[in-house]
Design a protein. Sequence first.
Length: 85
Amino acid sequence: MTVKEKLKKMLTDCGMFDNQADKVLEEAIPAMESMGEAFKLTWDSPAEHYPDSFYPIIRIALYKEALKWIDKNAPKAWFRDMFKR
């Protein structure tokens, strides 16, 4: 599983469909990369290249971007609250 696939799984595990998760990632990856050097990941590398402790940090940024996408594109989505953690 790649880093990008792992992030997509985080989104779909919270209720998004695959196509919605893909759209979120299209917006989230550039947004996260603009946050600084720590967020410039090798998205297609194996997920295990990064320590497990890194993913909760990435999840915070990913969920923030997911909420932006949901509010813009699917504000009444049942899964919105899943991203508020």
